[in-house]
Design a protein around this ligand. Structure first.
Ligand SMILES: Cc1ncc(C[n+]2csc(CCOP(=O)(O)OP(=O)(O)O)c2C)c(N)n1
Ligand SMILES: [Mg+2]
Length: 594
């Protein structure tokens, strides 16, 4: 590179003549953007051309869905924007699933969507579709550049709103609007703090907690996004309250802390469920209390129906939306926790029956650990039969071995599937921004590209994706990206030869009339090697730990490893027993299908 093209991160100041492409790129620099995921396209080539000069790395991917997931993973571990860009029309429609997933993961992803030219829109030209309606329900804000002179203003708003509203935004740009001459000033980023929330509500919350007999904290994603672990720990210690992680946020409270009791929800911790069932006051800290996160599990209705609920969330629309609450606080999880802690101090509050709670926490945790240790395989008749005399590993044993060998500081993404769900019991973290589950959109194919994006943001941390073999079929194309861009991650592919989670429904509800659930896998380790990754087949539990550690070591060389885990076809509990019902048939020709 000569001096002219050396990266320069200094943003131009004052009102200056520039092109809209320059305004876009300068605004991205002002917002701190250093990486953009996408597939190259003529629509935005004029802006792409100057990315390197602005110090922005363009990471070409295999499929635009992968680009959004990577941007999502990138933002979830860095707390910064994840950015993706694609060609108008098909490139942009390929973003849809990724954007819906980012929406429900509350990830500040900015999707830059060049659109067909303003002079041909509506005429049915090439790669034309209306791009705003498609994303209207899966974005927090949609900025449409309706005049090239507004490029910097609207770009900045998309970036600001993604942070303010904690979710993805869309920047839609007619492709002819990248060109021309404008005069504009690059806006400074706007970041608005929320603070602790309403003083009176905080007083009420402190009063309720101080008088509680058995307070329990439910630690949500807001603690992770708000970087509020310290404040959450201080409040928990002040109350001496057990702390459960909200569903799929196992990194919302340090697992090594004595007050940590594990995650609620599907395949979560029985200790957490039993303890929260005793609560007279629940402090839902930084959680929207999503409807699926507190569903009965293990045949247990654990949600404390009579408890008073204090809910703290940064989005006021989430307060009282799913559960009836006694106190609602719109605030930042950390500031609110600190404000409540300060009030409790002022009330010369002493945690009531600290010893009793301590005993309950210790004994429930010990009981659950013992149960997990002994729960080496599924015990329902179907699972026992299908795994009989099979050499492959039991999924639970394999997951336990992965847990024990998990490298320090690991970031683990999980997909949607039976084994990924069971892994919830075996994923514990001491650091926030470590667990990257597919969250409530629940799309198969999420975990691998998310781990890639996370690794780009944090190359110093091991990135590990847990993926079922079905979901792997949706997402393995991004091995191309890993090899080309030297992104070293570990993919743990659970090879059970089936779309297991759906097969479980056939077992439970459809008398084992299996349809479309069998997979005919190639050797995924060999496929990995063919792509230029490392590929390792593991069929013994005793080999799991070394294989994981070795793959993590290879990450520092920019090498991705596919660990193909040969597991039995046994199946854990389904996500929701309420989701399906036994079939009823009225017509004679379908009578046998019950
Ligand atoms: C994109 C997408 N398609 C379909 C589904 C429905 N679905 C949920 S779980 C699942 C099976 C997952 O199978 P696999 O990835 O092999 O994991 P396993 O259940 O076998 O552990 C399917 C098809 C989904 N969640 N997402
Ligand atoms: Mg499978």
């Amino acid at each position: 590179m000569n001096d002219m093209t050396k990266p320069n991160r200094e943003v131009v100041r004052g009102k200056v003549k520039m092109t809209p492409s320059e305004a876009l790129v300068e605004t991205m620099v002002a917002q701190g953007v250093t990486d953009v995921f996408g597939i190259v396209g003529s629509a935005y080539m004029d802006a792409l051309d100057i990315f390197p000069a602005a110090g922005i790395r363009f990471i070409p991917v295999a499929h635009e869905q992968g680009a959004v997931h990577m941007a999502d993973g990138y933002s979830r571990v860095s707390g910064r924007h994840g950015v993706c860009i694609g060609q108008n029309g098909p490139g942009v429609t390929n973003f849809v699933t990724g954007m819906a997933a980012a929406y429900w993961a509350h990830s500040p992803v900015v999707a830059i969507t060049p659109e067909t030219g303003s002079m041909s829109m509506g005429l049915g030209g090439f790669q034309e579709t209306e791009q705003l309606p498609i994303f209207s329900k899966i974005t927090k804000y949609q900025g449409h550049v309706n005049n090239p002179k507004r490029m910097a203003e609207i770009t900045a708003r998309c970036f600001d709103r993604a942070m303010l509203e904690m979710g993805p935004t869309q920047l839609n740009i007619p492709r002819d609007f990248f060109y021309g001459e404008i005069e504009c000033e690059i806006p400074q980023p706007i970041r608005i703090g929320r603070g602790a929330g309403d003083e009176r509500a905080l007083d009420e919350a402190a009063k309720l907690l101080a008088s509680a007999k058995f307070p329990v904290i439910l630690a949500g994603g807001g603690i992770i996004m708000g970087e509020s672990t310290k404040e959450a720990v201080a409040l928990a210690e002040m109350l001496h309250a057990p702390v459960a992680n909200s569903y799929l946020h196992n990194d919302s409270f340090p697992a090594s802390h004595p007050l940590w009791v594990g995650p609620l929800g599907y395949q979560g911790s029985k200790a957490a469920m039993k303890l929260i069932s005793k609560a007279d006051v629940v402090l839902a800290l930084g959680t929207r209390l999503g409807p699926f996160g507190t569903l009965p599990q293990y045949g247990m209705e654990y949600w404390p129906k009579d408890a008073k609920i204090i809910q703290i969330d940064a989005d006021p629309k989430m307060l009282g939306l799913v559960k009836t609450i006694s106190v609602g606080i719109c605030g930042d999880a950390g500031s609110a926790a600190a404000a409540i802690t300060a009030r409790l101090k002022g009330m010369s509050f002493t945690a009531r029956d600290k010893a009793g709670r301590d005993n309950a926490i210790k004994s429930e945790k010990a009981a659950w650990e013992k149960e997990l240790e002994q729960w080496t395989h599924e015990t329902d008749p179907y699972s026992v039969d299908i795994a009989k005399n099979v050499k492959a590993m039991h999924p639970r044993e394999m997951l336990r071995a992965l847990e024990k060998a998990m490298p320090k500081g690991a970031m683990v993404s999980t997909d949607i599937g039976n084994i990924c769900s069971v892994s919830n019991s075996y994923l514990r973290f001491d650091e926030p921004r470590s667990m990257l589950a597919a969250m409530s959109f629940g799309n198969c194919g999420y975990a691998f590209p998310v781990a890639c994006g996370a690794k780009v943001a944090r190359p110093d941390r091991p990135a590990i994706a847990y993926v079922g073999d079905g979901a792997w079929g949706i997402s393995f194309n991004e091995m191309l990206t890993c090899v080309r861009e030297k992104i070293g991650v570990t993919v743990v592919v659970f090879n059970n030869g089936q779309w297991g989670a759906e097969k479980k429904n056939h077992v439970d509800f459809y008398s084992q009339r299996f349809q479309g659930v069998e997979l005919d896998n190639p050797s995924w380790a060999a496929v990995g090697r063919a792509f230029g990754c490392e590929g390792v087949t593991v069929d013994k539990v005793s080999d799991v730990g070394d294989a994981l550690r070795e793959s993590a070591r290879r990450q520092s060389e920019g090498k991705t490893t596919i660990l193909e885990m040969m597991v039995t076809k046994e199946l854990g509990d389904p996500f929701r027993r309420d989701a399906l019902s036994k079939p009823v048939r009225h017509l004679a020709k379908y009578k046998a299908f019950v």
